[in-house]
Structures are given as C-alpha cells and as structure tokens.
Write a protein that binds this ligand. Sequence first.
Ligand code: HEC
Length: 123
Amino acid sequence: MVNRIVWLMVIALTTSAITTNVSAQGPAPAFAPRDEQVEDLPEGPGRDETFGMCTGCHGYKLVSNQGMTRDKWDETLTWMSTRHGMPEIEGADRDLILDYLTAHHPPKAPARSGGFKNPFAPQ
Ligand code: HEC
C-alpha cells in the first residue's frame, strides 16, 4: 500500500516536471526587428541612418521587399511621417536615406516602354 502511494507520487512528480519543462521552453520566439543586423544590409553611404530610422518601427524586410524609384521612396517617407508618425526627415538627411534606398532597392522590374500592361484592361 505504501509502495503504491510512493509510486503514484513518483508518477505525479515526473508528470509535473515534464509539463513544467515543456512550458518553460515555450513556443518558438516571435520575430523581433532587432534580429536584423545593420551588417546584413548592402554597404553604402546612408546605410546606418536608413536601417536605424526604418527599423525603429518595423523589420527592414518590409523595406527591402519593395523596389521603387526615388520619387516613390520619397512619397513613402512622406507617408511614413504623415500616416505612421515617423519624424520628418529633411534636407541632407532625407537625401542620404533616399540615395541609399534608391541605390539598393530600385524598382524590381524596370519599367519597359509602356510599363506594366494589365491583361484584363479593355483593349
Ligand atoms: C514611426 C514608425 C515608422 C517608421 C519610423 C517607419 N515606418 Fe514604414 N511603416 C510603418 C507602419 C506602421 C507600417 C505598416 C503599414 C501598413 O501595414 O499599412 C509601415 C510600412 C512600411 C512599408 C510597407 C508598405 C506596404 O505597402 O506594405 C514600407 C515600404 C515602409 N514602411 C518603408 C519605410 C521606410 C523606408 C522607413 C525608413 C526611412 C520607414 N518605413 C520607417 C511605420 C513606420
């Protein structure tokens, strides 16, 4: 009888140890923007400034997934400020970041003559 109780306690303790262990490991860690390193970006003037500013709010992937002309990047910076509260970047600082973005994230498929043609557009 005593034996049986001891045995049950052993089982109970082992079970709780396993459960605790599993919950301590937890789910896979979520992505955090700081997992990205500035060194992962292509080198060039403005790299630190661009990375520093843009990853204040989101991963750099959100930026590097895009490819745009300088004008579109300029609009994007304005949009980040007016819509999302990014501090206004002006003058030489803005040029530096725009130069970096334009040099390293240009439009993916350069607009050919006529650019993108919507196949569903009425002929
Ligand atoms: C103050 C916060 C903030 C800063 C700083 C910021 N962004 Fe953003 N950005 C956002 C938010 C919020 C979104 C998500 C927008 C959405 O889902 O509509 C976003 C989305 C984007 C997108 C994706 C747009 C799309 O169509 O999916 C791009 C590109 C972008 N940001 C570029 C930049 C660049 C380049 C910089 C640095 C110069 C920057 N952002 C800095 C807040 C910020």
